[in-house]
Design a protein around this ligand. Structure first.
Ligand code: HEM
Length: 143
């Protein structure tokens, strides 16, 4: 169970990073070309948000199953960079990124807002979420 979740968390994490980048580029291009804020933008934003939520859910379960998660919490582990990364920085930062993406997605529900404002808000929140995810992926695993 732990191994399946860990591998899924790894795979979906990479997929999410790539997907968010694609979604941001797609929305940015439509914004720059002054295209209407239509259903395709909403669907693209929804795909990004749903993938993010799935990843957070797996991350939360993993936090209680992994030897690097909750069970590793102690005063001593807080002094160790990698332990602290998995116990505090990675989960809290990723949760913040998910909150930003979710707030950004809510813009698609607004009716009485000009398209330009919707595009700008969506792009800012999604870009911030993407930047945090990109920063907090444990890249050191592959270096
Ligand atoms: C967008 C959100 C997230 C992304 C992209 C992400 C990505 C990753 C990646 C790539 C790994 C390395 C997996 C491996 O060693 O094979 C990892 C590990 C881990 N993540 Fe996340 N994560 C996210 C959110 C979260 C959240 C919200 C939590 C906890 C609340 C969490 C808890 C963990 C834990 C405990 C590990 C260590 C697993 C282990 O090696 O035993 N993650 N994460």
């Amino acid at each position: 169970m732990y191994t399946i979740l860990k591998e899924s968390h790894n795979g979906i994490g990479m997929l999410l990073l790539f997907l968010l980048l694609l979604v941001i580029i797609f929305i940015l291009v439509r914004f720059l070309l002054k295209k209407p804020f239509n259903k395709s933008v909403k669907v693209a934003a929804l795909i990004g948000m749903v993938t993010m939520h799935i990843q957070i859910l797996i991350g939360l379960i993993l936090y209680f199953l992994s030897p690097l998660g909750m069970s590793n919490f102690s005063g001593e582990s807080m002094g160790h960079t990698i332990s602290r990364f998995y116990i505090v920085e990675h989960p809290i930062g990723m949760l913040l990124a998910a909150v930003l993406i979710t707030i950004g997605y809510r813009v698609t529900k607004k009716i009485n807002l000009p398209d330009t404002s919707k595009y700008k808000k969506l792009l800012i929140y999604y870009f911030l979420g993407f930047a945090i995810v990109a920063y907090l992926i444990p890249w050191f695993l592959w270096s």
